[in-house]
Design a protein around this ligand. Structure first.
Ligand code: ADP
Ligand code: MG
Length: 331
């Protein structure tokens, strides 16, 4: 659309798009990419399309003065994490970018991060929109699934085992220490260079029926699964996968500080999934093959809410104090 109150689209803006965003490698399924009024793609025969969209706003979802390359990576990664949680294979992305000004250094770095994530996960940026406004990034991602193999939130059943990939709470810890962290710091990378579990999610769909990505915190996100599935769960606090880095960062505090972050910290982009116990062996073999750590942390049961087995009273108190956001928590 044209900005009727400001200047019309100029050749400069088209040059900007071709310079920074027209980097996709040709994919056989992209009939027409950037440059026309719309992109044209050929959906893979026999599969269903999965679509997701996420907006990241400066000062809300990333630091306004943060590293632009890492912001570019992260805005792709968080979208691909949603596709991974559906068991989907990513194909195409659309980018809507709102920029306060044209800053070539920023755009160059942003484009580098965006491109690296696209290439890492074989997703093509096929179009978008560029406007002047407060710094904000919206990405729409489309992938595909085999309709017989997908991961939904409403498919958890009493008796299922609850598992999670990787470790939890690291990104929340990184946020706390953010200004002091170098870009190559492991915690910083957990926050700004998340590695969505795309291949694992895609192959998990043969074994599990239910998954969600942990973007808002384990209790909140598992809560969505339980709600949608009409079941409850018990989690064993001692089993929560907590990285040695998070453990050490919480030294001086009680272990409950680390547990609290693992339960409520956001931005980890790990997968939480449930499956019948009989599927566990297959999942563990997949985990080994793909070198993705998988930990069983609890079990789905009839009823509602989450029972925290092995939680110290101090942890329960801290959770209760935060309870507004975690209405699933039950002592
Ligand atoms: P229109 O005015 O027809 O909507 P635009 O000037 O918005 O066209 O975009 C021109 C072309 O560039 C389109 O193919 C569009 O998809 C693409 N495009 C615009 N902004 C971006 C962006 N930030 N990233 C990728 N592609 C973009
Ligand atoms: Mg047009």
């Amino acid at each position: 659309v044209s900005a009727i109150l400001e200047h019309p689209v100029t050749d400069g803006e088209f040059a900007l798009i071709s310079r920074y965003f027209d980097f996709a490698r040709p994919r056989a399924d992209v009939v027409l990419g950037i440059g026309d009024d719309g992109a044209i793609v050929a959906p893979p025969p026999g599969r269903q399309l999965v679509m997701s969209i996420d907006t990241l706003q400066a000062g809300v979802h990333f630091h306004a003065d943060g590293n632009a390359e890492d912001i570019g990576w992260k805005c792709v990664a968080v979208n691909l994490s949603d596709l991974a949680a559906m068991g989907a294979t990513p194909h195409w992305l659309l980018l809507s970018l709102s920029l306060p000004a044209i800053d070539h250094d920023w755009l160059q770095a942003f484009s580098r991060g965006l491109r690296a994530a696209c290439e890492q996960y074989d997703a093509a940026l096929i179009g978008g929109d560029t406007v002047r406004g407060p710094l904000g990034i919206t990405i729409q991602a489309t992938g595909s699934v085999d309709p017989a193999c997908l991961l939904r939130r409403d498919a958890a059943r009493a008796g299922d085992v609850i598992c999670v990939t990787g470790t939890l709470g690291d990104a929340a810890c990184a946020l706390l220490h953010y200004p002091a962290l170098e870009r190559d710091n492991w915690l910083y990378r957990r926050l700004y260079r998340p590695l969505p579990r795309v291949e694992f999610g895609r192959r998990l769909a043969q074994f599990a029926h239910c998954a969600i990505d942990v973007s808002d915190g384990l209790l909140a996100d598992l809560g969505h699964v339980l709600d949608a599935s009409g079941v409850g769960a018990e989690l064993d606090i001692e089993l929560l996968p907590i990285s040695s880095v998070l453990r050490e960062a919480c030294i001086g505090d009680l272990i409950i500080e680390a547990q609290l972050r693992a339960l409520t910290g956001g931005d980890d982009y790990e997968l939480c999934f449930t499956m019948p116990p009989a599927a566990l062996a297959g999942v563990m073999q997949l985990a080994e093959e793909l070198e993705v750590p998988v930990t069983c942390i609890g079990r789905v049961r009839a009823g509602t809410g989450v029972e925290l087995v092995g939680a110290m009273p101090a942890l329960r108190d801290r959770l209760a104090a935060q309870a507004a956001g975690y209405d699933h928590f039950r002592g």
